[in-house]
Design a protein around this ligand. Structure first.
Ligand code: PLP
Length: 447
């Protein structure tokens, strides 16, 4: 079995045309007349192939990938084991519906999730198609288990785009604007945001601040679940101060509230651990995974304590496609790749290399207010050096200039002023260095 990415795809950045090239421009014109306007485009180039650390577009430009399709192709797009597993499965059968005639792949994925997620207690898993669908189902399960209805989410949270997950998501534009009314019984608590909280609010103080809001405005006896991303994704790659998450988990335990970790973006080796909860020794009652779970095939999961998971009645959970056999084959091959290729260790190496580059950049440029993240989930927050005010314009300009030079980089954050880096773990040091050279030059040009 080969473990090298597509041998036909060169792995160095290569500009064959201006970006976007003529073929991408023609496809964008077709997109504009065929696809609903609500589906945005980060970079108007159309993909032809992707592997290792690059995406090749239809004009033959080879782009360094610092996005992984939003933290999905963590083991590298079309990772060899995944390709082989999916090819084999697609010949056997594409679908039977797990609720009609079950198949082993789904059970095997559930067993792996039960084994890999934090905690040695007895667990169960259930599979879905998307992160949002899994978050919704985690809330359903928590409500069934507690007989309570309220749910707490946090400032800057992102949990998806369905009705309940829009309610859980914090940011109005673009996620919620014009799409209400939203699901009831969702309450919001303040997060720990070290860069904006300052040194006086440590993790414990931030947790007390959140718990006070929850106790006064919701009341624990009404609260089914608290949903939180261990490191916030779309909200700005915010790593809460040490102690914040453990204090919330302890409060949940004391009050019979289900602690749900939304690890859709942080899971599957992304942060230098199989799950980000491990960095602070968290043992979530329910853990939601998706994105990096199956190298791009649509799959998501809720994994948790057997007694909570089994509170939902038979027939209460499921879906036509949930745990599709191709996606399950891809997930098993993804997990094998993470283990066999030392991907968790690789995420830590990427962290060391990238943090050193970003910190050097910050030391030379006061517009970089903060460098943060873990593993291959890193970000810089851009600000006006005089006031600390968010500088979304600069983030947009840097991203656009990097795109023009063939580096895929994404922007996030409540204020749109965070550049985030989510390279596939299959990326090489040389590719990373090249991408950060481009970024450094961009910051200099834009000063
Ligand atoms: C992307 C994301 C979701 C939603 O996942 P989809 O697969 O897009 O529905 C939920 N939570 C977090 C933390 C995410 O990053």
């Amino acid at each position: 079995m080969t473990t090298t990415p597509d041998a036909g795809l060169r792995q160095d950045r290569h500009l064959a045309t201006e970006i976007p090239g003529p073929l991408s421009q023609a496809l964008m014109a077709r997109k504009d007349t065929a696809v609903a306007r609500g589906v945005g485009t980060t970079m108007p180039v159309f993909a032809a192939r992707a592997a290792g650390g690059v995406v090749e577009d239809v004009d033959g430009n080879v782009l360094i990938d610092l996005g992984s399709g939003i933290a999905v192709t963590t083991v590298g797009a079309s990772a060899p084991r995944v390709v082989e597993a999916v090819e084999q499965q697609v010949r056997e059968f594409t679908h039977t519906c797990f609720m009609v005639t079950p198949y082993e792949g789904y059970v095997a994925v559930a067993e792996q999730l039960n084994r890999l997620t934090p905690g040695t207690h007895e667990k169960r898993s259930v599979l879905f198609n998307s992160g949002a669908e899994a978050v919704e189902n985690a809330v359903k399960i928590a409500r069934a288990a507690t007989g309570r209805s309220a749910v707490v989410a946090f400032d800057h949270a992102y949990h998806g785009r369905t009705n309940l997950t829009m309610a859980l998501t914090a940011k109005a534009k673009p996620y919620k604007h014009g799409f209400g009314p939203f699901a009831p019984e969702v309450y919001r608590a303040p997060l720990s945001y070290p860069f904006r909280d300052g040194p006086d609010v440590d993790g414990g103080a931030a947790a007390r601040r959140a718990i006070e809001v929850i106790e006064k405005q919701v009341g624990p006896e009404n609260l089914a679940a608290l949903v939180i991303e261990p490191i916030q994704g779309e909200g700005g790659f915010i790593v809460p101060a040490a102690g914040f998450l453990p204090a919330l988990q302890e409060w949940c335990r004391d009050n019979g509230v289900v602690f749900i970790a939304d690890e859709v973006q942080t899971g599957f080796a992304r942060t230098g651990a199989m799950f980000a909860s491990e960095h602070e020794g968290l043992v979530p009652d329910l853990l939601v995974s998706a994105k990096g779970i199956a190298d791009g095939l649509p799959l998501a999961a809720v994994t948790g304590r057997a007694e909570i998971m089994d509170a939902a009645h038979a027939g209460g959970l499921g879906g036509t496609y949930g745990g599709n056999p191709l996606a399950c084959a891809a997930a098993l091959a993804t997990i094998e790749t993470i283990t066999a290729d030392g991907m968790i260790e690789r995420a830590r190496e990427i962290e060391a290399l990238a943090l050193a580059r970003l910190e050097r950049l910050r030391d030379a440029d006061p517009r970089i207010g903060d460098v943060r993240g873990r593993g291959a989930m890193l970000a810089v927050e851009l600000v006006d050096p005089a006031t600390g005010a968010p500088d979304a314009e600069l983030a947009r300009s840097v991203a656009a200039a990097a795109h023009a030079q063939g580096v895929i980089v994404l922007v996030c954050g409540t204020y749109g002023n965070v550049l985030r880096f989510l390279p596939p773990l299959a990326i090489s040091d040389a590719q990373l260095e090249d991408a950060f050279d481009v970024l450094a030059a961009t910051f200099t040009e834009l000063s």
